[in-house]
Design a protein around this ligand. Structure first.
Ligand code: ATP
Ligand code: MG
Length: 369
């Protein structure tokens, strides 16, 4: 671009800001933080144009949880072929990509390294920017891929395999932690409870399916932890112990049959859901807000969605969530979150920075650069 006689080199974002145009970008998103390889292309004009998820669940199931080394090796095998499949689905070539977003934390270091190395190298070879994305910001923004979206500020309940957090969201990158689990995450508690009654990993969807056959009048009572005192923190380890005690008692009394397991699954699911609903309502009331986003694997839970809808109606508040495949790990959420920051000129340098632990509150706000 020329200003008078001097030639000034500016990038696409600065150029768009100067001439006040909306810039269009096709962003490739790579998610490899745990046991799913998720690849997607998000177009800031047309929305999500292609996505694919490859789940490693079958490989880890026999070990009852994720084996980090197996996860890293599988991401190395699957990421490049999946990128090709997604490009084919989008009817695009690599050269038509404008930027690449990859998950840079929190997560398993080896798994993160696999996606980050591929994403960063591909961006370098194509001469386009790359950005390391926060996995939980990806989850948090996933409901924005749907037609019905909240306006900020809102409350976000992040409920996944590794996190249970209530966050006040004033803007992208302006996050205030209101409460979190002091021990197990809700998804982790589902997985452990499932294991106790012989269900395979991941336990959340298994418990939810079995709970449908449970009798709500079985008499099995489980606690709603930390709901009898003020505050927005959670604790699921006591609930897990209460569940284990009930299972041991049923085993001792030789009544741990299929119906008992279904009743136990229902009692457990209801206890977790009631606890989450009480805290969400409390957070909305404390912050004087009327919109709630739920995100992360546990937000796929139907009972949680139904209960939130019913309970929040009473305080004239609304709940928003992503379609089930975008609640668990996926590339679409990373492409979307990355696109929002890339549009504002943010990008990562050539040296890779991977973080196994990374508080959401450390993310920078979206500033005009
Ligand atoms: N329908 C469901 N009901 C309850 N829990 C569910 C359901 N579907 C998935 N989950 C749980 O969600 C978790 C997986 O979610 P997700 O992929 O977001 O977690 P993660 O990526 O392992 O953890 P994090 O995002 O915190 O790093 C598992 O614990 C799983 O049991
Ligand atoms: Mg996740």
């Amino acid at each position: 671009m020329h200003f008078g006689s001097a030639m000034v080199v500016i990038d696409k974002v600065q150029c768009a800001q100067i001439i006040n145009e909306i810039i269009l970008m096709k962003v490739l998103g790579l998610e490899t933080s745990c046991d799913e390889t998720g690849i997607a292309i998000y177009d800031t004009d047309k929305g999500l144009i292609a996505h694919k998820i490859y789940s490693q669940i079958a490989q880890h199931a026999e070990y009852g949880g994720v084996v980090p080394e197996l996860a890293s090796r599988d991401h190395v095998r699957k990421t490049l072929p999946l990128i090709d499949e997604v490009l084919l689905e989008a009817g695009m070539t690599k050269n038509q990509l404008d930027a690449i977003a990859y998950t840079s934390g929190p997560g398993l270091v080896g798994a993160l390294m696999a996606g980050a190395t591929i994403g960063r190298s591909l961006a370098y070879s194509l001469g386009i920017p790359a950005l390391g994305v926060h996995h939980m910001e990806g989850h948090l923004l996933a409901p924005m891929l749907e037609e019905s979206q909240p306006e900020m500020p809102f409350i976000a309940l992040l409920v996944s395999g590794g996190h249970t957090q209530l966050v006040r969201v004033d803007a992208i990158g302006e996050y205030r932690l209101l409460g979190q689990s002091l021990d197990d995450a809700a998804g982790e508690a589902f997985d452990k409870a499932a294991k106790m009654i012989g269900l395979p990993y991941p336990g959340g969807p298994q418990i939810a399916a079995l709970a449908k056959k449970g009798n709500p009048k079985s008499g099995l009572k489980l606690p709603r932890p930390m709901t009898d005192r003020p505050g927005l923190d959670f604790s699921f380890s006591g609930l897990k112990t209460a569940f284990l005690t009930a299972v041991h008692l049923a085993l001792d009394e030789e009544r741990c049959d299929e119906q008992f397991k279904a009743d136990a699954a229902l009692a457990f699911e209801t206890a977790v859901v009631d606890t989450l609903v009480i805290k969400c309502r409390r957070a909305l009331e404390a912050e004087g807000l009327k919109q709630l986003i739920i995100a992360g694997g546990v937000s796929a839970n139907e009972r949680l969605r139904e209960q939130l809808e019913a309970q929040l109606k009473k305080i004239k508040a609304n709940v928003f969530y992503a379609r089930p495949e975008f609640c668990t790990d996926n590339g679409a959420m990373i492409a979307y979150a990355g696109a929002q920051r890339l549009l504002h000129g943010q990008s990562s340098g050539l040296s890779l920075s991977i973080r196994a632990r990374w508080p959401l509150s450390e993310l920078p706000p979206l500033k005009e650069s």
